[in-house]
Design a protein around this ligand. Sequence first.
Ligand SMILES: O=P(O)(O)OC[C@H]1O[C@H](O)[C@H](O)[C@@H](O)[C@@H]1O
Length: 238
Amino acid sequence: MLFLSNKAVFKPPKAIRGGIPICFPQFGGFGPLSQHGFCRNSDFELVDGGSTSVTLSMRTTEEQLKLFPHRFELRVTISIGDEELEQTLEARNSGDEPFELTAALHTYIAVSSIEKAHVVGLKGVEYMDSLQDKKRLTEQGDSITFSEELDRIYLSTPDTLEVVDEGKKRAIQIEKEGFPDAVVWNPWIKKAAGMADFGDDEYKEMVCLEPAVAGSGPVALQPGKTWRAKQTLSVRQF
Ligand SMILES: O=P(O)(O)OC[C@H]1O[C@H](O)[C@H](O)[C@@H](O)[C@@H]1O
């Protein structure tokens, strides 16, 4: 269900090219940090685990506080059921001041081949085109197909979205909660060739569909409060 590049680098500080990197406390360039924030490159410790679920936690380090002067703890719980994978983020502001966050679950969905994949659920939704200086446009199509680089932040979207794969005769469904936005990304040929941790042809095998807090504005988190958001992935055969 999830794509992982054959060239992925499993060595910090490089983020893993595949799976579901956690973009936090910043998505993309929406803030002062480097792309997608530092949590995707951070060490997490095991808080709790069973045969089908695990909870991991990270707390801001002194080094990170120099870049982002707001203490927080981020917990990630992943549960695997017979038919679904659930991933929950819980971020607690453990400092004395409120702070603003943006975020995404950068979900790399594996597809049989990109020309047989499309994303549904976004017709009529406004988006920012990241390839045109975040120009705001409205999605006209019943589904989004891929024939060139595509990088868009859909704003305040419906909570159920799908990557339909006509090749595998299945749809990967994403049900999101607490993430208003959704990012759709495929790097296509030129960008793929420029990424050292991604095979030249691997753009044919993946689509990123990323529940996000991004273009529709940051979340303000008060001291002592916890922000929660979640995605559930499931497969529908047809
Ligand atoms: O290369 P990375 O930092 O992992 O980012 C990979 C991609 O992530 C998101 O999908 C952004 O919308 C893209 O603009 C970015 O290229």
